[in-house]
Design a protein around this ligand. Structure first.
Ligand SMILES: NC(=O)c1ccc[n+]([C@@H]2O[C@H](COP(=O)([O-])OP(=O)(O)OC[C@H]3O[C@@H](n4cnc5c(N)ncnc54)[C@H](OP(=O)(O)O)[C@@H]3O)[C@@H](O)[C@H]2O)c1
Length: 302
């Protein structure tokens, strides 16, 4: 049995209609295993609808900018913890008022994730692309990348895990009922795409340097959780592809304290990295489901 959304209703194809279900009801259905993503009764937004989670600055903000500029008919939902303080996003809103929607979402507060899903459902009915760009590596006085085992703190491990791994998986859980094939840069993608921003340091196979226990382990957890979801959705034959992306070392607030040892030519601009990542996203195929790609399209070992 397949269910799908219109703007205000949930439709049981070939059967009874359920009108305006609560989000909790929607979640129960998705937990119960009803596919919601492949029906044609969802409104078709020309250009598609993308969500960038973690869009206040850095790579997430650049995704928002390029999605709006590259696809003249695409709509973008940009989420962040403090919309009122996200000045760069607000500036973008001034240029793209019709196609950019800013929504509050803090990955450590599941209520805000549920509210965002509800808001997207009411406003657009579906999502073609979900990018989880949130991530923390260091927070002065709170979280420092550990150079040795002696520096490992339970609080750092838990915080990194909460923001970098638990948050994105909860966002996937709540957005999943909305995912629908389509969108893309002037093309109709044959799948919906979920792209989670990971990091090469999350690879166990690639770990030769050690250190950064909290960040590394949280990205490894994100990789496993994303891979796990990809297996589940693949088994259900949902037209959704989940991928993990390593953006390279990119000049943002996150990398700034650690840029000293980056070899010349290996520190990318946000513009360059996001351009490469969008190329991977726009060309994602069913066979890419569950893969971990670097910015240049090379697969990274687990
Ligand atoms: N930059 C690199 O070299 C690099 C390399 C490998 C992987 N990555 C990954 O790429 C992604 C983007 O990194 P970036 O360099 O753009 O980092 P960034 O400039 O530090 O931006 C991080 C973003 O995460 C948001 N965030 C933090 N905690 C949050 C929470 N609880 N709820 C919602 N959003 C939250 C921040 O929002 P606020 O403004 O509210 O703090 C900000 O928008 C991360 O997953 C990172 O691990 C980056």
């Amino acid at each position: 049995m397949r269910y799908s959304f219109t703007m205000n209703t949930l439709v049981k194809t070939g059967g009874a209609w359920l009108v305006s279900p609560s989000l909790a009801a929607v979640r129960r259905m998705s937990v119960a295993g009803f596919a919601t993503s492949s029906s044609s009764s969802v409104p078709n937004w020309e250009g598609g609808v993308s969500m960038v989670q973690g869009a206040s600055r850095g790579i997430g903000l650049e995704f928002v900018r390029q999605l709006l500029e590259n696809n003249k008919k695409g709509h973008v939902v940009a989420t962040c913890r403090n919309p009122k303080e996200a000045t760069s996003l607000i500036n973008l809103k001034n240029s793209f008022s019709e196609r950019l929607f800013i929504q509050k979402l803090d990955v450590t507060d599941e209520t805000t994730i549920e509210e965002s899903a509800e808001s997207v459902r009411e406003r657009y009915g579906s999502l073609n692309l979900l990018i989880n760009a949130t991530g923390i590596l260091s927070i002065p006085g709170v979280l420092q990348p550990e150079t040795t085992l002696n520096k490992v703190e339970k609080s750092s491990l838990m915080l990194a895990y909460e923001v970098n791994a638990v948050g994105p998986i909860l966002v996937m859980k709540h957005m999943w009922p909305l995912l629908k094939a389509g969108g893309g840069n002037g093309t109709e993608r044959e799948v919906a795409v979920v792209a989670n921003l990971s990091a090469r340091v999350g690879s166990i196979g690639d770990n030769k340097l050690g250190g950064w226990h909290s960040y590394r382990a949280s990205k490894t957890a994100l990789n496993q959780l994303t891979k796990n979801v990809s297996v589940e959705l693949g088994r259900r034959k949902d037209p959704v592809v989940c991928i993990l992306l390593h953006p390279g070392t990119v000049d943002t607030d996150l990398s700034r304290p650690f840029q000293r040892n980056v070899p010349e030519g290996k520190l990318f601009t946000k513009e360059y990295s996001v351009q490469k990542l969008l190329h991977i996203i726009n060309n994602a195929k069913k066979q890419d489901n569950g893969k971990f790609f670097a910015w240049d399209g090379q697969e990274i070992p687990w």
